[in-house]
Design a binder for this molecule. Structure first.
Ligand SMILES: Nc1ncnc2c1ncn2[C@@H]1O[C@H](COP(=O)(O)OP(=O)(O)OP(=O)(O)O)[C@@H](O)[C@H]1O
Length: 859
């Protein structure tokens, strides 16, 4: 039984990075700190967000003045203002918000409106920085802090800590450990974890933050903008462009399909982060006004609706252009629905009324004069604060509160005790529950289920954290995550697998009101792939043919997606990534390799650390591993399913980089290969991998010599063994074994021949060793591939966008390939490789004897 090692992935599947952090393994909460790779190659797993009790929020005016507030237990404990930090002006709009007293809050609201709603700050072209920071609670109290290098490392290692340390001590300790944790540090923060952008594009290291204005159009919130700028992600990928507006602004449930390595993780990660930030901000405001924060649901996108009309149009434009099942104006409808929902709840608390007022105010605020008034107010306010606290930046920094979004990876020994502690300590409902849940159905989960023991330690803990003891005693209140993401979703329809996960989802979805208020994300690269049923099943009338739509429907039902989700499918007809070049090599034989788990982890670690390394892997590494700069994937076997092929191939050509996938096809696998091509809509074969004929002739001479050496060795061994046998048999029979009894001349002749053979064998061996020591390709060869040209030339696939731009190259490639494949087939003939004997059923030979007789008679 393999222990469950649900890990998490990332938010983003950040395995390679974790490998670098070997030191983390020894740390106390290793379960939380280590990435999935450290625990198991094959699993991904479960991840969730948890509550953060404290934070520091900052607001930046257009004039560049920063107001900073430290919140603890939903109350402001400090309010300071910082000077503008010129260093940060390169990036763009930043954050944020919130004030202490009601008066302050009203002021803030006005400012927020004026600035085009604070946190979002879509149209704000000023720059600043943002920090969401968690602080310890009161001195001497049990402190739980979950620290996250918030958004900069969205999807990166997220760490959880617990300590019973007085707050002051903890603060100092933290400062030591994470000196640059705040996003608004002026120097680039030290990347403790793997930075995908820099790893993927080592030659294009972002020396300074990039312009991320393209992200503003898709409503990425300012803290995320800052993180993206540091990562060097200048613009959203296609799937992100299509998903983010609908998810962030439209609050839609999302079903998304996009090629491997296309950034699906951020497509659901950013809306979730945005939502949590909004929730926290709103809860803090409500706390301030004495409203029970957890009662307020579904208002999460307040400030998005305060955006100007321009941005709404952007959303619409984007949504119109995608492949979507939406009808026109859907988003507006949804927006209205949400606003109506807000309205319906508005009598529950006065704050909501205020928000609604704010919305109507917003229209008025279009008036320039009022804008200016607000700005002036803000200016004078900030100036005052500036005068009072000109030194405050340093003082505040010394406290260095830890920014925290509150993510936990759920892997083997994940510790959920903090939920309990917060539950008992805080009476507020929202304090002890998970806000978001990100699930990846994994092979590990399937294996676990298949073994019949679905209650591993982690599974138990996770259930406990969710308030699920067993099916009968479910703490429904706790199962009210506002965000649920299921990555690699299509695996859930695999029959008989993931039963435990399906049950879990059933329980989560049994909280109907929470389900209604939840935003759900469903993503996979192979969401729309369907298999044609076997012919025998097709014949039966009752069998319902699986279609992409049906598959999506099934998944949506299992996962609990609300009606009218936004469906985005940007996968290509061929399924694989566009930047992926594919080829095949026909092989005569194939082998299996298996390594113990520890060894596998080591190999993976070595592999990610060495740019020239080669990793032989089974399908445990097919999905999810995000190891940067993998250039080639070679399929040692033809995969059983198209999904596996897509995911395996997807380990290269990530983040729109180039990659090469080669399929090794054993003759017995031809049928599987044809089926694969069919499922992936390949009308033509994959192009054969072009191999240099010169190299092949060298291979041939080496193989021939090796065979001769092997024969001679065998002969030598045989003679020796025969002699030995005679000697031993004579010994056992207590007979004297005299070699002399043979004819002397004959014996001499024999020994001379043996000596000759031995010499011959030695010579041949040394020639072979010399040959093997000589590389096939001279060291002066600078090409990347062992082809005549030194580079890979395979015809571009029909329909590929690349083929339009590279027509000339493509023609050239074709002619070279034709030439090479001719030489290649000639060479194959000379090597004398026997064609595999085709087994044909006897039925086909029915009457063949008769026909033979007939022919012979005729002759
Ligand atoms: N907008 C962007 N610009 C540049 N790089 C990005 C962007 N978004 C994501 N990436 C990077 O692209 C890589 C692939 O992203 P991610 O792992 O989310 O892909 P995926 O679609 O989930 O792939 P798979 O289906 O194989 O799991 C990651 O290294 C990620 O950091």
């Amino acid at each position: 039984m393999v222990p469950i090692k649900e890990s998490f992935q990332k938010m983003g599947k950040n395995r390679a990075k974790t490998l670098k952090k070997t030191g983390d393994r020894e740390r106390k909460n290793a379960g939380l700190l280590s990435g999935p790779v450290l625990s198991s190659l094959e699993f991904e797993g479960l991840a969730g967000f948890e509550e953060v009790s404290s934070c520091t929020l900052m607001k930046l005016s257009k004039q560049g003045q920063v107001q900073r507030e430290v919140w603890e237990d939903g109350k402001i404990v400090k309010k300071k203002k910082e000077k503008e930090r010129k260093e940060n002006t390169a990036v763009g709009p930043e954050c944020e918000i919130i004030s202490d007293t009601k008066k302050e809050r009203k002021k803030k609201k006005k400012k927020t409106k004026t600035l085009n709603s604070g946190t979002q700050a879509q149209s704000n072209t000023d720059s600043s920085t943002s920090t969401i920071e968690g602080e310890d609670k009161n001195e001497g109290v049990n402190v739980h802090t979950t620290k996250v290098d918030t958004l900069k490392k969205t999807g990166d290692v997220i760490q959880g800590e617990e300590a019973n340390i007085p707050a002051t001590k903890t603060t100092k300790k933290r400062k030591k450990q994470q000196p640059h944790i705040g996003i608004n540090t002026t120097t680039p923060t030290k990347k403790a974890c793997y930075d995908r952008a820099t790893c993927h594009k080592k030659d294009q290291l972002p020396t300074k933050k990039v312009d991320v204005s393209a992200w503003e159009e898709v409503f990425a919130p300012p803290p995320v903008l800052e993180a993206l700028a540091e990562l060097g992600f200048s613009q959203p990928t296609e799937i992100q462009k299509l998903v983010l507006p609908a998810a962030i602004k439209g609050l839609r449930d999302i079903i998304g399909a996009a090629e491997t390595g296309s950034g699906k993780t951020l497509a659901f990660g950013i809306p979730i982060i945005n939502g949590i930030l909004n929730d926290k901000m709103r809860e803090a405001e409500q706390n301030d006004s004495g409203v029970e924060n957890s009662d307020v649901e579904f208002e999460q996108n307040d400030y998005q609706f305060e955006q100007d009309g321009q941005t709404e149009e952007n959303v619409k434009d984007l949504q119109d252009s995608d492949i979507s099942t939406d009808e026109e104006g859907d988003d507006e409808a949804v927006s209205k629905e949400i606003l109506e929902a807000d309205d319906s709840q508005s009598d529950e608390n006065s704050d909501k009324e205020e928000f609604n007022d704010e919305n109507s105010d917003n229209e008025e605020l279009n008036d320039e004069n009022s804008d200016n008034e607000e700005l002036n107010d803000e200016n004078s306010d900030n100036e005052e604060l500036n005068d009072e606290n000109s030194d405050y930046v340093a003082e505040d920094e010394s406290e260095d509160p830890i920014q925290s979004l509150g993510c936990v990876k759920v892997i083997d020994d994940a510790d959920f005790d903090f939920l309990e502690k917060e539950d008992t300590k805080n009476t507020k409902k929202s304090q002890g529950k998970l806000r978001a849940l990100i699930i990846t159905p994994t092979r590990e989960l399937a294996v676990q289920n298949a073994s019949g023991d679905s209650k591993t330690e982690c599974s138990k803990k996770f259930r406990h954290a969710l308030g699920i003891q067993d099916r009968e005693s479910v703490n429904i209140a706790r199962l009210s995550h506002k965000y649920l993401a299921v990555d690699e979703t299509d695996r859930m329809v695999e029959r008989g697998h993931f039963q435990e996960l399906t049950q879990l989802l059933e329980m989560i979805n049994s909280n109907k009101s929470a389900k209604e208020q939840r935003q759900t994300f469903v993503f996979s690269a192979t969401l729309t792939i369907v298999h044609s049923a076997p012919r025998r099943l097709n014949m039966k009338r009752k069998v319902v043919k699986m279609t992409s739509e049906l598959k999506i429907d099934q998944l949506a039902k299992i996962i609990g997606v609300k009606s009218n989700p936004k469906i985005v499918d940007v996968t290509r007809k061929f399924g694989t990534a566009e930047s992926l070049t594919e080829a095949r090599i026909n092989c005569d034989k194939s082998l299996h390799a298996s390594l113990p788990q520890k060894q596998r982890l080591k190999s993976l670690e070595k592999f990610s650390g060495n740019p020239h390394a080669l990793l032989l892997a089974t399908d445990v590494a097919a999905r999810g591993l995000d190891i940067p700069n993998i250039q080639h994937v070679i399929h040692y076997h033809v995969p059983r399913t198209a999904e596996t092929y897509i995911h395996r191939s997807g380990r290269t050509a990530r983040a729109y980089q180039e990659g090469l996938s080669i399929l090794l096809i054993e003759s017995s696998e031809l049928k599987k290969y044809r089926q694969l091509c069919h499922t992936l809509n390949r009308a033509t074969d994959l192009p054969p991998f072009p191999v240099d004929a010169n190299v092949m002739s060298q291979v041939k001479s080496r193989i021939t010599l090796a065979r001769t050496v092997e024969k001679l060795e065998h002969k030598h061994r045989k003679t020796h063994a025969e002699k030995e046998w005679f000697r031993k048999a004579a010994e056992e029979a207590e007979l004297v074994f005299e070699e002399d009894e043979y004819d002397e001349d004959h014996e001499r002749e024999k020994s001379m021949k043996a000596a000759h053979d031995k010499r011959d064998l030695q010579n041949k061996r040394s020639v072979l060793m010399k040959m093997l020591a000589t590389p096939f390709i001279p060291s002066s060869f600078s090409g990347k591939y062992p082809t005549q040209t030194g580079f890979l030339v395979v015809p571009n696939r029909a329909g590929s966008k690349l083929s339009n731009t590279k027509n000339e190259d493509s023609n050239k490639a074709l002619s070279i390939m034709k030439k090479e494949s001719k030489e290649y087939s000639k060479l194959l003939k000379t090597i004398n490789i026997k064609a595999p004997v085709k087994r044909v059923s006897k039925k086909k030979f029915k009457g063949s004897d008769k026909r033979k007789n007939k022919v012979s008679k005729m002759n």
